[in-house]
Write a protein of this length. Structure first.
Length: 414
């Protein structure tokens, strides 16, 4: 076995010849001069063999997977060929994308590593600077996602997420059936969400959306009503529960401010207790909360209202749910607790879209789950400075296109 053949076997180089090699001991670099085997001079578009017109005079370099501490580079002078259909083109490079500086194998490993670990860690394993990796990752993901169409969107969820300190937000659109992110855009205003509907979906796709879920922001509600004529809008249950919790907390804070030092003792540690769902409450919790009736009537009142409201989610018939909600609102309005009354106004305004929950039980729970993964990715990287880097990682980890699976099978070596 010749040394060249040995290297080819060792590095699992299929479909190419190693013509010569060179070890650069000081830089820990292995340079390999290669050429396509049996598949040279093919047109990149139609894969037909063409006649060589000329050979590029400068060699191009591709980075391959590092081996045992050696960085490996491929060198080759691509041929310019004449294709009967496409004319003068550069021949197809079997080991890499036409414009890539790295091989398919490298791309695959990079994508898989970045799904699993921070870019910093991946860059270290792959022997490249972190900034280079971000750049390569962005190019690869962009190329693979280019031309990708959203498919089978029936239940849509819209939510916002902050990606950077200083209140920078991104709007994220989910496919709730598939539990995948289909789109990420900068900002949380109407123009952002309009951009999604106008550019990513056809009219047919928009009319095919059956269910939509979002929070109580007028922007998202307006956008869904305008763009998805056939969609039933369901306000997200968790956002509503959160708004009510905040109202109860507002009452608690108000009472805390007014309380004397002695009274404050009784109000300590109430915050999380008030938020607890009745199914998770221990006997001790209930005792403390019931004692509030005498201790602080206003907090107790707010808490009872919140607890009662939770029953709404169990209703199965829309008419019964509506009756319940109306009665609850009347009681809540009589409570004379300003934050609660404010919440009632919100509910009244969105009544139509809250009742729809009873029929379809659609929530953004799937989206919340995805958001958790996104947050892990964000925290792992200690935040992202640009939305672009953040978007790349979202598409890579929870996107609707399995990005590593787009690399040809024969290059998916670990
Ligand atoms: Zn061609």
């Amino acid at each position: 076995m010749t040394v060249n053949k040995f290297i080819r076997k060792l590095l699992n180089l299929k479909g190419l010849f190693v013509t010569s090699y060179q070890f650069k001991i000081r830089d820990r670099v292995l340079n390999l001069w290669v050429k396509p085997h049996k598949n040279g001079c093919l047109c990149p578009y139609c894969k037909r063999r063409g006649r060589i017109l000329l050979i590029a005079d400068t060699a191009r370099k591709w980075e391959d997977l590092p081996v045992c501490g050696w960085s490996v580079f491929f060198w080759y002078c691509p041929r310019i060929i004449i294709c009967p259909t496409h004319g003068r083109v550069q021949e197809d490079i079997p080991w890499a994308d036409p414009y890539a500086r790295i091989t398919y194998r490298f791309e695959y490993i990079m994508l898989v590593y970045c799904q699993l670990m921070t870019q910093k860690a991946a860059a270290k394993i792959l022997h490249i600077p972190k900034s280079t990796l971000s750049d390569l990752l962005h190019r690869t993901i962009n190329r693979i996602r280019d031309g990708h169409r959203i498919r089978g969107l029936k239940s849509i969820g819209i939510d916002e997420i902050s990606y950077c300190k200083g209140h920078k937000y991104a709007t994220i659109v989910y496919n709730l059936d598939q539990a995948r992110v289909v789109w990420v855009g900068q900002g949380k205003g109407r123009e952002t969400i309009d951009e999604f509907f106008n550019e990513s979906l056809s009219d047919y796709q928009k009319s095919n959306i059956k269910w939509a879920s979002c929070d109580m922001s007028a922007t998202y509600i307006g956008a869904i009503e305008d763009h998805c004529p056939n969609a039933v809008l369901v306000l997200d249950r968790f956002h509503i529960a959160k708004a009510l919790n905040e109202a109860v907390d507002e009452v608690r804070k108000e009472q805390w401010r007014q309380a004397s030092a002695n009274e404050r003792k009784a109000l300590k540690g109430l915050r999380w207790l008030l938020f607890k769902h009745f199914s998770n409450r221990s006997k001790k919790d209930s005792r403390i909360l019931n004692a509030l009736r005498k201790g602080n009537y206003r907090i107790h009142r707010a808490w009872v209202l919140k607890d009662e409201f939770d029953h709404f989610w169990d209703y199965k018939a829309p008419w019964a749910a509506k009756r319940f909600l109306k009665r609850w609102m009347t009681t809540a309005l009589k409570s004379r607790l300003e934050p609660i009354r404010k919440f009632v106004q919100t509910v009244k305004k969105h009544m139509k879209h809250i009742i729809t929950f009873v029929e379809c039980r659609l929530t953004n729970a799937v989206a919340e789950g995805l958001n958790r993964i996104i947050k892990i990715v964000k925290n792992r990287a200690s935040g992202f400075r640009s939305l672009q880097a953040f978007t790349d990682m979202i598409y890579l980890t929870v996107g609707d296109l399995d990005i590593p699976a787009q690399i040809p099978v024969r290059f998916r070596t670990m």
